[in-house]
Design a protein around this ligand. Structure first.
Ligand code: ADP
Ligand code: MG
Length: 505
């Protein structure tokens, strides 16, 4: 439309120029701009004009001449509209004084605004309407989800009271936790109670005192129906460790006298934070680390303790085949702080948060999702120099054997011979600083290839010297040269029978 009008205007200008050529008497010199001009910027006619005319690129300024009375009357009396405004004058170069601004001021403004406002409104409608609809939909779906979740929780709670409490009070009577566990070992939830009972038990526990602090949180003595239980409370940032330990303990056939007895695992939301609990049997003697600080033991006692750790390790390391079997498990953080002492003065292995499992049938190595490695002081040379074959399960078992050798050394220091005993010290106490760094350990264990110091008195006792031989066979630099857990167990049994024989004779 704009272009068409522009052509018409050009045509008119041309006609004006022609007319001016015919009628040379009333010629005025005018400024010519934006039109076909006879001279570069001048034209001659009866009237000069300047106009603003709308085309596709907006309002275009045109100056020129009009010729012929008819045309002059027609154009010069045109009322300004939103499409065009023409200003005529009749003095030489008078149209040079008209500015674009002065022409624009003649344009009618009100009718122009309407379509613009209409466009903005339409645009707003198109943009805002879907946003509003989306927001409304989200609000509705959030409300619906909350309602659903609330309903589910309520149903779960109802179910829990009906089923959970029912199970405990009716099916399980007022039996002890041990009875409860005996009943449920074949229930399919692994080595603990059925999942539902796990939760109910967990929620009936009252915490009494904090008995230990480890890497992942605190361990509390709790009470369930008058019985002591241990509650390991993980900080919510250590969810992975809780998950891993729960997963391992729920492995079928894990229960063993020398593995800490698992009861239940529970995740609750309290005061808007997640609480992760792992409930196990409680051992009032505490960890082997705590025990050896307080108590020194006779040869047979020390030997029995060492043998019980080895038994636990054999059970962990051994795969039991069949659908109800168990995978082979490597501990990866064996140390006296992760071994507990029972009231019969036997040991059980605890803290399975870093364990890895392996099944031969599918050669599946499940390293878990926990990036943490073991305790630096107990790390084997191949862990320290990072040459460990991380894709090979046997490599993890050999790391456990190294650590077992160190545990054996700690027990031996606290085992009497001829009435003598050393004070408790952790491995490498005289070779590395307190809380040694990775680098401190690597220097001593890999570079200098040092091993814990063996006091002379051990060699004058047959049992302790047999233990020295055994621990040295756990400390080979070459992991594959180390003894297996089974070999250690058998050797300890032999040492035990020699001791018994020695006593008889
Ligand atoms: P972490 O994974 O944080 O190291 P542990 O399972 O090793 O936690 O427990 C930390 C400490 O808490 C242990 O060294 C021990 O002193 C104490 N502890 C853990 N479990 C028990 C238990 N069942 N009975 C008594 N004490 C325990
Ligand atoms: Mg620990």
């Amino acid at each position: 439309m704009g272009l068409g009008s522009f052509h018409v205007l050009l045509l008119l200008l041309l006609q004006a120029l022609q007319a001016s050529a015919e009628d040379s008497d009333v010629q005025l010199e005018c400024l010519c701009e934006g039109a076909t001009c006879s001279l570069p910027d001048r034209c001659h006619g009866a009237r000069c004009f300047s106009s603003l005319k709308k085309d596709s690129s907006g309002m275009v300024l045109v100056r020129g001449c009009f010729e012929g009375e008819e045309k002059i009357r027609m154009h010069c009396s045109t009322t300004p509209s939103s499409l065009q405004v023409i200003n005529c004058c009749s003095q030489v170069l008078c149209n040079a004084n008209t500015t674009r601004a002065s022409l624009e001021s003649l344009l009618p403004s009100a009718p122009e605004e309407k379509p613009v406002r209409y466009q903005v409104e339409t645009l707003a409608l198109f943009v805002l309407a879907p946003v509003v609809v989306l927001v409304l939909l989200s609000v509705v779906s959030i409300l619906a989800c909350r309602r659903l979740h609330h309903g589910r929780l309520q149903r779960l709670q109802e179910f829990d009271t009906e089923q959970g409490d029912g199970l405990i009070t009716s099916n399980l009577g007022d039996g002890t936790l041990a009875d409860l566990l005996d009943h449920s070992c074949t229930s399919g939830s692994g080595s603990g109670l059925p999942f539902l009972v796990q939760r109910t038990v967990a929620r009936q526990i009252s915490l009494v005192e904090c008995v230990g602090k480890g890497r992942y949180g605190e361990v509390w003595r709790g009470q369930w129906q008058g019985e002591n239980v241990a509650v390991k409370i993980f900080s919510s940032r250590d969810e992975k460790s809780w998950f891993r330990e729960t997963e391992i303990y729920n492995t079928v056939l894990l229960r063993h006298d020398n593995i800490l007895g698992f009861m239940a695992s529970d995740m609750t939301s309290r005061n808007s934070s997640t609480q992760l609990w792992l409930i196990t049997e409680y051992h009032e003697n505490g960890s082997l680390y705590d025990y050896l600080q307080r108590v020194a033991v006779e040869t047979s006692e020390g030997l029995a303790m060492a043998a019980s750790v080895a038994n636990g390790l054999v059970h962990l390391h051994t795969e039991i085949f069949g659908t109800e079997g168990k995978p082979a498990i490597a501990h990866r953080d064996l140390k006296t702080k992760n071994i507990l002492v029972t009231k019969e003065l036997r040991c059980c292995i605890a803290d399975l948060g870093l364990a890895v499992t392996h099944t031969q049938a599918d050669n599946l190595l499940d390293v878990g999702n926990n990036p943490k490695v073991g305790t630096k002081r107990y790390m084997a040379p191949e862990v320290l120099d990072e040459t460990i074959q991380t894709d090979c399960f046997d490599a993890y078992k050999r790391v456990d054997i190294w650590a077992f050798g160190l545990v054996l050394w700690e027990i031996a220091r606290r085992t009497y011979s001829n009435g003598i005993v050393e004070e408790y010290k952790p491995p490498f106490y005289d070779q590395v600083p307190n809380d040694p760094s990775f680098e401190d350990m690597r220097k001593v264990v890999c570079v200098e290839q040092q091993r814990p110091f063996i006091p002379n008195r051990w060699f004058s006792d047959p049992t302790l010297s047999a233990l020295v031989k055994l621990m040295k066979e756990c400390w080979y630099q070459n992991p594959s040269a180390r003894l297996t857990a089974l070999r250690i167990k058998k050797t300890l049994d032999k040492i035990h029978s020699s001791l018994e024989k020695g006593k008889e004779s």
